[in-house]
Design a protein around this ligand. Structure first.
Ligand code: PA5
Length: 461
């Protein structure tokens, strides 16, 4: 179970102020719990774990909102896995961007062997991601890979119209159609139940489709088919992940100052509003958590960064980044605090040996495991950064596995809702992401953008 430690902030904040911000966070908790706040038509994520594991939990009969996830989702995921296994598929291209990409990538990176793509023995297909950029080289090289492998594709887009995944899907679809007679069985779409170009195309072509619930926004969708399908196809236990999330769903529903989501929301808002800490750095000491930070950055950046407010979410992966960003964090402008995701136990053990020559003078470490060195680097950094004026929040999990990832996903989502309401913004919209799209469409001469196109060309002349 997740544990939060705020000790690393105690020398920076006034306890009475923390109490005041806890009261504010509890009021925000009430807004989220009552489902009466801004963006309340996007709260389907709140009960996803319990409803997906037990779709007949009787909520509809009791007058609660209808489950966002259809019954049988886990079984349907399993069927796709079996079908593609029977076809010998060894490469799955997952196409999507933003909330339709980062959750799956986060889980797959966290749960995979660090060198899975290079290992000879594989029990599951390699999963690669595309449609999250418009690099021509990336797409061309993806095709090089697809040509060497037995390929299938999952295309994910709630709107069904996002440019980056749509462009790449057009190319991947063409490739699959050219190379496989059973093309329509090699494409799975995850999209809106009724609307959008991807839905229309899927119906026309007979693709297997999964639904992104209407009441779940992209960055809160990792526990819908958006995240669950790619994670299952990569060979991981999504039921276990949902169990971990369900445990947090129960835990975080308790209204108290000791609720870890309330504590996290209270402390980060206090640091931001009263102490000028405008940047939050998510810190991890395991490369497998690099994409946890990428997922978290979107979740908090899009949910809070609006109306001229918001904590800028950044990340470092240590100990690598202690040799690059460490200097700034230790001695640069004191505008940041850190949120360390601490993993209490390693899944593997490697003991450092003794060397008769001891030329590297490391025999003092002989008999110790590598994780011990990592833990001491983490502790040493914690003390140094606190001494250097960087408050530290610590979120601990037992070890990296499906269950703890489920816990982390739900924890950060719930805490994000509480935190954004504490800040006074709507956590569930993202009006700012439209600005670049309008300019891009105008510059690409998309029909319907003629006026914008003229205006932008005059501006650039
Ligand atoms: O959180 C969000 O809403 C965005 O990041 C979207 O997920 C992203 O833009 C992709 O949208 P779509 O799934 O409609 O292609």
């Amino acid at each position: 179970m997740i544990n939060i430690n705020l000790e690393g902030c105690s020398s920076f904040v006034n306890p009475a102020q923390f109490e005041e911000y806890t009261r504010k966070a509890l009021a925000a908790f009430d807004t989220l719990a009552s489902e009466q706040g801004a963006g309340n038509d996007f709260l389907g994520w709140k009960h996803l774990p319990s409803e997906t594991l037990d779709p007949s939990c009787g909520k509809a009969e009791k007058g609660y909102p209808v489950p966002a996830t259809p019954a049988g989702l886990l079984e349907e995921c399993e069927k796709v896995k079996e079908l593609w296994k029977a076809k010998g598929v060894d490469l799955v291209i997952v196409i999507g961007i933003g909330g339709s990409y980062l959750g799956a990538r986060c889980a797959i990176e966290a749960l995979s062997h660090n060198f899975s793509k290079l290992l000879a023995k594989k029990d599951n297909p390699d999963v690669v991601f595309a449609g999250n950029n418009l690099s021509e080289e990336y797409v061309a090289e993806l095709m090089d890979l697809a040509a060497e492998r037995n390929t299938a594709c999952v295309v994910i887009s709630k709107s069904g119209t996002t440019t980056e995944p749509a462009v790449v899907f057009r190319l991947v679809k063409e490739f699959i159609e050219k190379n496989y007679k059973d093309a329509s069985e090699r494409i799975v779409a995850v999209t809106d139940a009724a609307r959008g170009a991807l839905k229309t195309l899927s119906t026309q072509e007979g693709y297997k489709t999964f639904v992104v619930p209407d009441n779940v926004g992209g960055r809160f969708s990792v526990l819908t088919p958006v995240g669950l399908i790619p994670i299952a196809l990569a060979g991981f236990n999504i039921r276990e992940m949902l169990e971990g999330a369900r445990e947090m769903e129960n835990e975080l529903s308790k209204r108290c100052g000791c609720n870890p989501a309330v504590q996290y929301a209270a402390m980060r808002n206090l640091l931001y509003s009263e102490y000028g800490k405008k940047i939050e750095i998510m810190v991890s000491y395991n490369p497998k958590f690099q994409y946890l930070a990428e997922w978290w950055k979107q979740l908090y950046g899009e949910s809070e960064g609006k109306d001229g407010k918001g904590i800028f979410p950044a990340s470092v992966n240590n100990t690598a980044d202690l040799h690059s960003m460490g200097q700034f964090i230790q001695e640069g402008d004191r505008v940041m605090f850190e949120t360390v995701v601490n993993i209490r136990k390693s899944n593997r053990e490697v003991i450092i040996g003794s060397d008769p020559q001891n030329l590297d003078q490391l025999n003092f470490l002989a008999g110790k495991n590598v994780e011990h060195c990592n833990a001491m680097a983490q502790l040493g950094t914690r003390l140094a950064h606190i001494d250097g004026g960087v408050p530290q929040i610590e979120i601990s999990v037992e070890r990296i596995n499906e269950r703890t990832l489920g816990e982390l996903f739900y924890f950060f989502e719930f805490a994000c809702g509480v935190s954004a309401y504490t800040l006074g913004v709507n956590p569930f919209n993202q009006p700012g992401v439209e600005a670049y799209k309008k300019n891009m469409f105008a510059l690409l001469d998309k029909p319907g953008y003629e006026e914008a196109s003229k205006a932008i060309r005059e501006r650039l002349a």
